[in-house]
Design a protein around this ligand. Sequence first.
Ligand code: SF4
Ligand SMILES: [Zn+2]
Length: 316
Amino acid sequence: MHDNREIEQLRPQRNFLNPHIPYHFLHEQEPDAEGILQRVNTIFLTSKECAFKCLMCDLWKNTLTEPTPQGAVLKQIDYALARLPEADVIKLYNSGNFFDQKAVPPEDYPGIIERLQHYGRVIVENHPKLCGEACLQFNEQLNGRLEIAMGLETIHPDVLPRLNKQMTAEDFKRAATFLTAHNIDVRAFILLNPPYLIGKEENIQWTFKAVQFAFESGAGCCSIIPTRAGNGIMELLAEQGHYIPPTLDMLEEVFESSLRLQQGRVFVDIWDIGFLSDCSICFEARKQRMETMNMHQKIYQRIACSCHSNYARKRG
Ligand code: SF4
Ligand SMILES: [Zn+2]
């Protein structure tokens, strides 16, 4: 098992960030539960690093080492909203836990709520173990509907404990049950190819099982994230044969099977997926196909190319 100290020791440098400016923001579209496309403003807040140190996490790169100064999150929201178009939904992602008081000071909640009053839905991210009374109080004040995105990562009984996430699948279920019972929606982040899970079919199957579990636990949507290296320890795990990067066809396969479930919306994280492909001919078209599938929640015909098995199957 790898502990916080070892994980931190192997880290490359973090980025130097201004606490008064969000490190990124963007406008995107995403379907709601009825399939209606919503305009979404996503703000990647600069805040104090997450207290957990998950084995595969590289989000700490864009965080602060000290508690987020009071008022800084408000300035960041103002900065981003002044540059973003109107939208129906807002995601405030802080590379950690929104309800960690050192990441987002509770003194800023009223100012945040005021700034978000025109949004029909507010999505924040939070660790299952930090889902409690504060979420309910925040939700009560909020004009729009609150949705909390939580990392389930995997439900593999030997892999989840090794991720140093300090939670079990049951913790996720408990948090999801608690939130949905209080009219807070839940979204799950699920990994494809977490460290310590080797084998193509095994990885596809366990990602699919985690999607099923998330829906059974009450999640309204799941976002599948291909696990990437880049945080220091992941490189070591790859060298030792404990991590293999996923491939584009694995992502396509688990995306399709999860959509076929029809239990809720399924998205794949297509940001930064260049590392999944070694074919420059079909990559863009396949990425676009998944983007369209994210948008319409339907399975479109696969892109044929001589580089992958799908082509061979079709030809054969
Ligand atoms: S809980 Fe989330 S943000 Fe925190 S270390 Fe784990 S993956 Fe990263
Ligand atoms: Zn190809």
